[in-house]
Design a protein around this ligand. Sequence first.
Ligand code: KIV
Ligand code: NA
Length: 268
Amino acid sequence: MKRLTVPAIRRAKGGTPLVMLTAYTVRSAQLLDPHCDMLLVGDSLGQVIYGLPSTVPVTLSMMAAHGAAVVRGSYHSVVVIDLPFGSYEASPEKAFENAAWLLKETGAAAVKLEGGVAMAPTVRFLVERGIPVMGHVGLTPQAVNVLGGYGARGRTPEEAEKIIADAVAVAEAGAFSVVIEGVVEPIAIEITKRIACPTIGIGASAQCDGQVLVGEDMLGLFERTARFVRRYETMGDRIGEAARAYAEDVRARHFPGPEQIYAPREGG
Ligand code: KIV
Ligand code: NA
């Protein structure tokens, strides 16, 4: 199976919904890749992998290490990497340098950045210079210190208008797709109608052109989950059960057993 391309994702607007999950490691990439159109190396790895309080402390080198692992573990999906907080906001030039470095280090196809009207010139600058950009509007977790939390956005008409304007701005600037996170549903539907590229919803609407979830959330591996997560597995419970069984075997000297032991060679 040949790897999908960014233009193929863009062309999927209005068709069969696009499937996206986050992956941070080679094994999760290998397991998720055959079922996805896109894998996102999300800066949510800050909380999920590193136990950080938010995505704000995540660094470019963390994104590069995990991004390279996900590219190595996948052959089908388009791999998109989040630009971490502080790596792209100051200027389009700085964004280009950091995004280009990330793509060189990892082999990923595209970057994602948070923001709307204010970031549109940066989106255009990157796209015109060969870096595909996915937008991200609505609840933008890197802005947690401004927003004050992770509650749903767009409950007032003014806020709704602003989120729609943000999505239109990044789409018109050349984004190949836009994530809409944590907004009241009519906003997601309106944006999906208004912009020419696919919308990817998370806590948004089934009418988006695709959906994304954090892999660990969907698998029941992360302890806290938002309202918009559906748990398809309870991997956390299963891992705990496996560790409990192992501990019991060790303490009873039932592990290792004969199959796990190296016997000396006959006559050796
Ligand atoms: O970092 C992340 O996992 C994300 C998705 C939830 C969209 O940005
Ligand atoms: Na993110």
